[in-house]
Design a binder for this molecule. Structure first.
Ligand SMILES: Nc1ncnc2c1ncn2[C@@H]1O[C@H](COP(=O)(O)OP(=O)(O)OP(=O)(O)O)[C@@H](O)[C@H]1O
Ligand SMILES: [Mg+2]
Length: 260
């Protein structure tokens, strides 16, 4: 396995507030990385770095050895906890929209044969996430789980290599969550994705991830909490592959590596 994403001495600062400090990390191609950590630790900021929505204040991030472009590229897709789909567009139009942005950045619309091809690609992806029979529905007509399936299709239709998930299942009922776990695991394998997923659910982090990272501050200054940022304090490779684990498995074995 080769390194896909690499962080070298990466810092994120807002004014005099340090959010992430001295992050050094390599992510292998094909990994499923779960990110856990307290609220405000900088997990979403970390995803924004990978997405290219935000550049590091210091340090270098590379994708396949090349410095990351300071903008969202088609090689990275993202799914947020909720509200990432457009309410005024149908399921099919929502998914085609992703392709229009990638392929017709100026006009924002595709016509004729290109449009036909985009609709075929979108329909294929919607079938893959289980929405093949809901092409003409609007988001308001769908459950939370269906909306997240749509958000996943919207991200994957551009065929990214890296899929970023920011608490994607946090707002869903437990039963639906289990279905979504099975879906994301299948898509991860089928599309040879590298996944970085932020979650507050420790069990979810360990069941899905091939590696679990904990982001937190290593040092605290009670008089100036903004002075120190978070970094990777635990880096836990999972010995078992996720497909060998069941949702209810209690015998997850991990190697704990204190990341100093
Ligand atoms: N654009 C910004 N300008 C200033 N501060 C910001 C900005 N974006 C994030 N922050 C701050 O950075 C810190 C980290 O935020 P972030 O959203 O990355 O945390 P998080 O780990 O995702 O938290 P949560 O678990 O609550 O989602 C927070 O204190 C937040 O207020
Ligand atoms: Mg967050």
């Amino acid at each position: 396995m080769s390194t896909l994403l690499s962080f070298r001495d990466v810092w994120v600062e807002y004014g005099d507030r340090i959010i992430i400090e001295k992050l050094n990390l390599d992510i292998e191609e094909g990994a499923f990385v779960s990110i856990v950590g307290p609220s405000g630790a900088g997990k979403s900021s970390f995803l924004r770095l990978i997405l290219g929505q935000e550049g590091p204040s210091r340090g270098v991030i590379t994708l396949d050895g090349t410095a990351l472009a300071p903008e969202c590229g088609p090689d990275r897709g993202v799914v947020f906890q909720r509200y990432s789909v457009f309410p005024h567009l149908t399921v099919l139009r929502n998914t085609v929209f992703g392709l229009e942005c990638a392929k017709a950045p100026v006009l924002g619309r595709l016509f004729g044969r290109t449009r036909h091809a985009a609709e075929a690609e979108a329909t294929e992806m919607l079938n893959a996430v289980g929405l093949g029979h809901s092409l003409d529905l609007y988001p308001a007509q769908m459950s939370g789980g269906m909306q997240q399936r749509l958000a996943i299709a919207q991200a994957l239709v551009k065929r990214p290599r890296v899929l970023l998930l920011d608490e994607p299942f946090g707002a869903l009922d437990p039963g639906i969550r289990a279905d979504m776990h099975a879906l994301i695991r299948r898509l991860w394998r089928e599309y040879s994705l590298t996944i970085v997923m932020v979650t507050h659910d420790i069990r979810e982090a360990f069941t899905l991830g091939t590696r679990v990272l904990a982001l937190d501050k290593r040092r605290h200054d009670p008089h100036a909490p903004h002075r120190y940022g978070a970094t990777v304090v635990y880096d836990l490779p999972m010995r078992a592959r996720p497909e060998e684990l069941s949702e209810t498995s209690d015998d997850i074995t991990i190697d704990v590596i204190r990341n100093n």
